[in-house]
Write a protein of this length. Structure first.
Length: 465
């Protein structure tokens, strides 16, 4: 069974998203009518990443809070290419861009900026001299660029289309010096890593990134400013978005005064927490890190049933938070919360090893897939039936299929069809129906939320890994 990306508006080609359906630019009223807001953000150590299986990031959390404020679903589009991100905005594929753009005159000609979220100065990223650990600070400083004019003749790599590049071009004009400015398709964090590995000599980053970068690469110095403080903001289209930008500005202005905003700043930009997260093996971006300690095992056994391993990982997170020894009140055990009797049915002792537990869980999924193939021909749609059955048992889901069919709804569709009758199985008017063979189901609402939560997490895992 092949599991495609569960989004109606896009598919992926390599690391770039190719849109198959054009979307007209829209203002707040259309966003509210659909109940969904689409935002572009970038995958890096501050904006959007996975940590211990959870989607996190400064811009991601802010976007989620804004969407929750308006009771909207949030759809994340990822791009680490500034031009591509802005094209999503111009084309109407995205409603706003949240990639930490600095506000400048050139960009204000192309888009509307929100109220600033943070302020940041741009810093030169350079390697400390060999043996710096045993040198005094003064001796180290003598070997480094400390004056912007000393950038003359230096080669500096910066992200294509970034404010870093613009700042260097402006510095050349202001000072009359010549700088070797090379624009490349890598973001500031990746370029800082390249400086840390000795692959390039210089790049530039924002000061709010420096805490994490310095923790990952102690050999780097980021003490030389190359700009005055700049405002960092989100952006929307230049025309036709007055109500949206007004709503964003009102929310940002109010939220920045809250303790929650201060907590997010500390969480991602200062203190020990961002550094400790960045050092974790389970701090995952698209270039490194793991979703869980069991990624390789999950990949192997997911492949045996044709499932995307990230979907299986999302299911496992929902079941156990990747805790291999957790036991439920009913006796379900391990990563995939398999009943020992179910494991024995498939020939596995689920308490013996993580691998056995996953093999048993995957075997159960394979059985459910075969079972529901008679009702649900679309493999993507079938996933929802399987997930619901994994949580509530296949008998209750089959009852909901029969109720949907009896009441004139498509028994092969989950949303607003079979899922509706799974919830109605709490009502005696439905669970007493002759087509129902498995009695009452009290927690149908929770089962539907279980399915939705796994699919949301799966999208995050797909975005990042």
């Amino acid at each position: 069974m092949f599991i495609a990306f569960l989004s109606v508006i896009s598919c992926e080609k390599g690391n770039r998203r190719v849109y198959t359906e054009r979307v007209l630019p829209r203002d707040l009223d259309a966003i509210l009518a659909e109940g969904k807001i689409r935002a572009v953000t970038n995958i890096n150590q501050t904006s959007y990443f996975i940590y211990n299986g959870e989607p996190m990031g400064f811009h991601f959390e802010l976007l989620k809070k804004f969407a929750d404020h308006l009771e909207l679903e949030l759809e994340i589009i990822t791009s680490n290419d500034i031009d591509e991100a802005l094209e999503y905005l111009r084309s109407g594929e995205a409603d706003l861009v949240a990639i930490g753009l600095s506000i400048n005159a050139d960009r204000k000609e192309m888009m509307q900026f929100t109220e600033p979220l943070i302020q940041s100065s741009q810093l030169l990223v350079q390697r400390k001299p060999n043996g710096w650990e045993k040198m005094t600070e003064e001796a180290v400083a003598e070997k480094l660029v400390r004056n912007q004019l000393d950038l003359a003749g230096k080669t500096i790599y910066v992200q294509k289309g970034s404010s870093y590049a613009q700042r260097l071009y402006n510095l050349e004009r202001e000072s009359g010096i010549d700088i070797g400015i090379i624009e490349v398709p890598y973001d500031a964090e990746e370029l800082a890593r390249q400086v840390g590995r000795g692959e390039i000599e210089y790049t530039i980053c924002d000061d709010y990134m420096s805490n994490i970068i310095a923790t990952l690469y102690p050999v780097l110095d980021m003490s030389t400013p190359v700009s005055f403080p700049l405002n960092i903001a989100w952006s929307v289209r230049k025309e036709g978005t007055g109500a949206l930008v007004e709503k964003l500005n009102g929310w940002i202005t109010g939220f920045k005064t809250t303790r929650e905003y201060a907590r997010l700043e500390r969480k991602y930009f200062s203190g020990l927490q961002p550094a400790s997260m960045a050092l974790s093996e389970y701090f995952a971006t698209n270039s490194y890190g793991k979703v869980s300690p069991y990624d390789d095992i999950i990949k192997h056994y997911a492949d045996t049933i044709g499932w995307d391993w990230r979907l299986v990982a999302a299911l496992i997170y929902q079941e156990s938070r990747f805790n291999p020894s957790v036991t439920s009140p009913r006796g379900a055990y391990g990563l995939m919360q398999v009943m020992p009797s179910t494991g024995r049915h498939f020939g596995f002792d689920v308490k013996r090893s993580v691998e056995n537990n996953i093999r048993a869980g995957v075997s159960y999924i394979r059985m459910l897939d075969r079972l529901f193939s008679q009702w649900v021909s679309d493999p993507d749609e079938r996933v929802k039936f399987i997930l619901a059955s994994y949580n509530a048992g296949h008998g209750h889901v089959i009852d909901a299929i029969r109720l949907a069919e009896k009441n004139g709804l498509d028994p092969g569709r989950w949303d607003d069809n079979v899922s509706l009758f799974l919830e109605r199985k709490a009502d005696p008017a439905f669970y007493a129906d002759p087509v129902v063979r498995n009695g009452r189901l009290k927690q149908g609402v929770q089962v539907n939320a279980y399915v939705a939560d796994i699919l949301k997490r799966y999208k995050h895992y797909r975005n990042i890994k």
